[in-house]
Design a protein around this ligand. Structure first.
Ligand code: HEM
Length: 494
């Protein structure tokens, strides 16, 4: 039985160097996220016809924005879970710094690929595009894949370390995955109950390890192709594995962010935080259900074996009950009549559930093969994943960061900042609804040049984007008051 208490802070403060690393991961992710958000605004201004940029630059910006957002939010989410794990699991600063350094190498590689090399083939960099660009050199394409490699290896170092640390603490993988809880009967002795954060951390580390192996299985042949060692890689093979890598990295970020909710909610509701049978089952299923939906990106590829398309659809739909019933309804039941203290982090969590549901419904619709025939490559697709991210992952992760800084520094939030959190939700919802309507109206995604008939949608979206920026700046202004003192409090000397 774990000895976790739901009253303590949602981070561990005994091992200060680890806490400092967590803060560095989160702040690095936050800064990159803010810069990438500005790039998003530029693209929407272009779509509205208000600031028309050349297609070449639009696609470069789109590539930077996509890759930068996905990588920065994963890094920030990892910082959050490291801080929570620090309560109960012995982590190594050396491993976590190594992961950070390797992961961060992706930044100069990406900047080189896009800004110097001119790569603009989208963050997914689907083969054979990178080596056959008309506006960029082959070396730029190679650099894009080197970026993937740095993210993958950095993430792998983190995953292997966390997997091992959680396993050791539990005394085995099965115990760490809460199988004793799942298979226990009333008559059994007290089963070993890992903390939810530990269970989430090992489940997502397993997903991460498989994801990176998938990435290596495609990157090695692609590098061999670039070096002239093989003539070409089968494009269907590479597409499947690149999608496994990219989609799963993006998807696993959501679950790491959800783990932060499990850590944080008990602070505000004084409820939850226990690894029940349902919670244990949900996290175990998550391992399979994050890794199996990527074929839903390839419904339009007629050469794709039918079996994989069916797996994609079944897996995409199977995740919905697990997410809705267990995680969202489960957490809402903790909030219900708990007398939850409304503060910036708890408002952000509540908003995040809505974003997650909206994004989930959008994704579930699109992953039905007949609907995908219509919605594929329309703005419906970015609508669904932006909903997950902008109103799900970011609210969970930045809510946690806000909490961490104010709790560590002892600087209490200003009451008015709650308004900024609600505004962020309203602005995000407005921006996303316009994306969804545009998709339903068949406006294509990844088009630099928009027809005049499409401009109106983007013109409606721009004020909402500006409002997200204003509300974030408002939240930052409050958060920054405690930053220096929070940083000092992560110093090894107490
Ligand atoms: C203020 C916030 C944001 C704005 C205004 C914004 C805007 C945009 C726009 C206009 C596009 C291009 C859509 C198209 O024509 O296909 C795009 C693509 C994308 N965005 Fe965002 N976005 C924002 C936040 C985010 C966040 C939080 C993520 C997190 C993952 C994200 C990830 C992506 C990705 C992966 C793409 C696809 C890039 C590609 O196709 O290569 N965005 N975004």
């Amino acid at each position: 039985m774990s000895d976790h208490s739901i009253d303590g802070p949602a981070y561990g403060s005994e091992n200060r160097p680890i806490l400092r690393i967590a803060l560095v991961y989160m702040l690095t992710g936050f800064v990159i996220f803010l810069i990438m958000g500005i790039l998003g605004l530029i693209m929407r201004l272009d779509h509205a016809g208000w600031w028309v940029i050349s297609p070449n630059w639009f696609y470069r910006i789109m590539t930077l924005h996509g890759a930068g957002m996905v990588a920065s939010l994963l890094m920030a989410a990892l910082g959050g879970i490291i801080a929570i794990l620090n309560r109960t699991v012995k982590l190594s600063a050396r491993w976590l710094w190594s992961a950070y350094v390797v992961y961060s190498l992706s930044v100069p590689f990406l900047l080189y690929a896009v800004l110097i090399g001119g790569f603009s083939g989208g963050w997914t960099a689907l083969d054979p595009l990178p080596y056959h660009g008309m506006t960029w050199s082959k070396s730029a394409g190679v650099m894009m894949y080197v970026t993937f490699l740095a993210v993958g290896v950095g993430f792998l170092i983190y995953c292997v370390h966390v997997f091992d640390a959680v396993r050791r603490k539990a005394g085995g993988v099965r115990r760490a995955l809460a199988w004793e809880v799942i298979f226990s009967r009333k008559s059994d002795a007290q089963p070993y109950e890992p903390e939810v954060a530990e269970l989430a951390a090992i489940a997502t580390a397993i997903i991460g390890i498989v994801t990176v192996i998938g990435g290596v299985l495609v990157l090695v042949p692609l590098f061999a192709e670039a070096a002239g060692l093989v003539k070409s890689v089968n494009p269907l093979y590479s597409k499947n594995f690149i999608m496994l890598f990219g989609h799963s990295i993006a998807n696993v970020t959501i679950y790491i962010a959800v783990a932060l909710v499990y850590g944080l909610l008990p602070v505000y509701t004084k409820r939850g935080g226990h690894t029940t049978k349902f919670v244990a089952l949900a996290w175990n299923f998550t391992i399979i259900l994050v890794l199996t939906p990527p074929p839903h990106h390839l419904y339009q590829d007629f050469a794709q074996p039918l079996g994989l398309a069916i797996i994609g659809q079944v897996a995409s739909w199977s995740i919905a009950p697990s997410v809705l019933l267990l995680t969202i309804l489960g957490n809402l039941s903790y909030i219900y009549r708990s007398g939850m203290r409304w503060a910036v982090p708890s408002v952000m969590i509540a908003l995040g559930f809505w974003g997650w549901v909206f994004g989930g419904i959008g994704g579930t619709i699109d992953s039905a093969i007949p609907a995908n025939q219509l919605l594929h490559n329309t703005l419906w697709v970015p609508a669904h994943f932006h909903a997950y991210y902008l109103l799900g992952v970011t609210t969970f992760v930045w809510g946690y960061l806000f909490y961490l800084i104010s709790d560590l520094s002892g600087v209490r939030e200003k009451a008015s900042t709650k308004i900024a959190a609600w505004l962020y939700g309203i602005a995000g919802a407005g921006f996303l609804l316009v994306f969804f309507f545009s998709g339903a109206d068949s406006i294509p995604r990844r088009y630099a040049v928009h027809l005049p008939e499409w401009n109106l949608y983007a013109a409606i979206a721009v004020p909402f984007v500006l409002l997200t920026i204003v509300s974030l700046l408002w939240i930052i202004a409050d958060m920054i008051r405690g930053l220096r003192s929070a940083w000092r409090n992560t110093s090894a000397v107490k």
